[in-house]
Write a protein that binds this ligand. Sequence first.
Ligand code: GTP
Length: 323
Amino acid sequence: MTVGILLVGGFGTRLSPLTSKTPKPMLPVANLPVTEHQLLVAKAAGITKVVLATAYLAETFTPYFGDGSKWGMELKYALETEPLGTGGAIRNAAELIFDEIAENEPIVVFNGDVLSRHNLAAQIKLHQSSSACVTLHLVSVEDARPYGCVPFDETGRVTDFLEKMDNPITNTINAGCYVFSPQVVQEIELGKVVSVEREVFPELLKARKVVQAFVDNSYWLDMGTPKALLKGSQDYVGSRDFIVGENSNISESAKISGASAIGNNVTIGANVEIISSIVRDGAIISEGSKLESVFVESNATVARQTHAKGAYLAGGEIIDLKL
Ligand code: GTP
């Protein structure tokens, strides 16, 4: 059996103001929180025991996910009073499962802001067959400059873990899903702020430990910005004009397109046009409004004849998202 840890405690500053009341992993992609998409991926790879490593707005996860039984999973919640960074969060969360796992049972860690359809079962298998201490999912991107890059040798061993640079030496980047051997997690100091990207991985390489690359270029998206969140939602809605949740009321004269996602209990008035947008539960879009690439907050009321593009709409406010 393999266990999982989901890192869901970051502030999500790049997604501000969408993350002022909702932590990034609870933001909806095609009407389901990002975390739910990730739990479904974990489950498909045979992982049924998962710890959510929470910090920022920690209290928002339990009411939605409960004990996980609705998904046929066992969920636990680790809480950091102060965010401990990615490494510190993994160590803190692992405290809840160390007693229950076998000596060599891998721990799969997911960055809570990634949508990925890579072959996780194959990544776990590679980890076991290569006797690595960590196996990293890497993806190839056209332009690696906005990311740190991760070079590896002909045997698939990672050789370096580099920060962002103007001329990246390779186009493979860290995709944010790691398989750890439990001993490596155990060695992270408990209760201390630690980053896996800046400290744990570079230190393992320095100590010549085996860090294995698992390259899989299936669908992958870091939904850490408003533009990426809208794209992710559209990708998951797919070729449909739109999807809509339960008990929503859409006027017959409204036009909705561009793979929009309309939540539950939403009211959409006459002659409204909505293109490529996310409308959260309980929102009211009044007649004649035209909205494109917008994110409408839960329970927001959008006034009549509102015209907005690339914006965040909440409580009567229209904030430009600079997409
Ligand atoms: P930005 O502030 O926009 O960079 O977003 P972020 O705070 O989420 O940081 P980043 O994208 O680097 O984090 C990657 C993943 O790790 C996200 O899923 C975060 O929720 C998670 N994460 C980052 N820092 C912490 C932390 O201190 N504790 C926990 N539990 N998770 C964290």
